[in-house]
Design a protein around this ligand. Sequence first.
Ligand code: ARG
Length: 604
Amino acid sequence: KKLVFATKTQPLSTMATDEERVGNVKRQLAKLFESSLRAIVPDESDVEPLIAPCTGKFGDYQCNNAMGLWSKIKGKGTEFRGPPSVGQAIMKNLPPSEIVESCSVAGPGFVNVVLSKSWIAKTIQNMLRDGIETWAPQLEVKRAVVDFSSPNIAKEMHVGHLRSTIIGDALARMLEFSNVDVLRRNHVGDWGTQFGMLIEFLFENYPNLEDVSETAIGDLQAFYKASKQRFDDDAAFKLRAQQAVVKLQGGESEYRKAWSKICEISRKEFDKVYQRLGVKLEEKGESFYNPYIPGVIKELSELGLVEESEGARVIFIEGANIPLIVVKSDGGFNYASTDLTALWYRLNEEKAEWIVYVTDVGQQQHFDMFFKAAKRAGWLPADDSKYPKASHVGFGLVLGEDGKRFRTRSSEVVRLVDLLDEAKSRSKTALIERGKAKEWTEQELEQTAEAVGYGAVKYADLKNNRLTNYTFDFDQMLSDKGNTAVYLLYAHARICSIIRKSGKDIDELKKAGVIVLDHAGERELGLHLLQFSEVVEEAGTNLLPNVLCEYLYNLSEIFTKKFYSNCQVVGSAEETSRLLLCEATAIVMRKCFYLLGIEPVYKI
Ligand code: ARG
């Protein structure tokens, strides 16, 4: 019953064709199965192969079309007797390919595929020679906006913004790697009624604007709190603050200047955090879209979407119990007016096909509503599988050890900078305990402590399904055991050290060396390496960084437990091949680190 294909391998020296460059096994198999499926149902133009990796002992991948196909063709004069016979036919029609070593049909018609060892080996060799970029997914979308981080001016960035920043950065990196032109947008909360109070408070304390320096109101959270206190306590202040909003919106120069000053100081604080986290963003805050709002509201009104309700102007959304307010009863604009306008701008001016918003799940309803409004306006297609598309990437809460929202002991919001400081200092202490202060220069120690400390904070966040809440726990995230960045970074460093200690010139080996996957551990590692491309594609298209984390952790486990503990590398007869496998693992791990925004370390 088993079909065995003759495998023909080409000599390594020939350049890889574009087709071979594609490291995506699923896609390659899909191509093969598509032609086979067409042969069975010739009139069916849309035969979409259902290919999935499988863990069983019967194969590496599976084609699951037989059952579905059977239900379509049964009773229509078909010669098939049931799904297994459809499966047999799918298998027999498969064109010969060097990818596939053998196939078999199991159960209700699954077609199991065993990949050719030599093809796996060759594909890895090609990657080593031509670079990991040749394994980059090619997404359908050409340009995307990722709207992330987006803190509010005069407020401290806290741990909630940390989630948006690191999840958004990882998504942007994955899409960029997948050949999408990504516009990284910081939708800073730099507009709104709170500015009246802030400006009034600024005037009160610094009659001369020139005197305001970064240090004077450096602690913006304290500044915000103090002005809020004044606002709540003093009716006269409150009135002035409300008038200040009107003057600011009317464009009065002193007010605009004070506003810019506050934004500028805030921006500097945010930038320090982005620098530390290695995150790049382009600020287009809420104020950027102000000039476009009236035009957009006009367009929506002309489309008949905007209605009058209790003095406000609103858009009614099907299935929602409250309407979306786009012009408040006082004539002012709000969060939704700005977001609708930003969406309009991103679609029309920036020509983005996919707009991704990263905020806590608490804002889900806001996004649902204005996405629906955009669909009603015809800006977005009703069908979510079509582009242009808008996606809300929600995430859960960060919890403290008490299981409640993460706070400091004095129940203040936790400042991001303090977290980063502590992560770094803890990882430095751990390195010193391992005797690294004697081995390394102070600079090496500092750099490694940062890479490990910040990496640990990021990974602890990214490894969870983003929708779930997670508990912030330094001890856990900085442990060198289990699924942590520390464990992974050390594993990578150890692989680098195996290569270094071999004394071989790995770049030379990459040019001429041949990979052989005869041992089960070698083969398993090789197959997992090959799955990198399809995993990045899945993580990117489904906006789930945890999928990539899981892959990375499994890679490290397979390397250590299946390969390295069974296959001697240095000094063995297979040394060249095994060193190349070490190198390929290190390269794929580094790419994963990069995509997750984590800095690798090379020695430990
Ligand atoms: N500034 C908002 C907040 O801190 C997040 C903005 C998210 N982006 C957007 N386009 N609404 O909650």
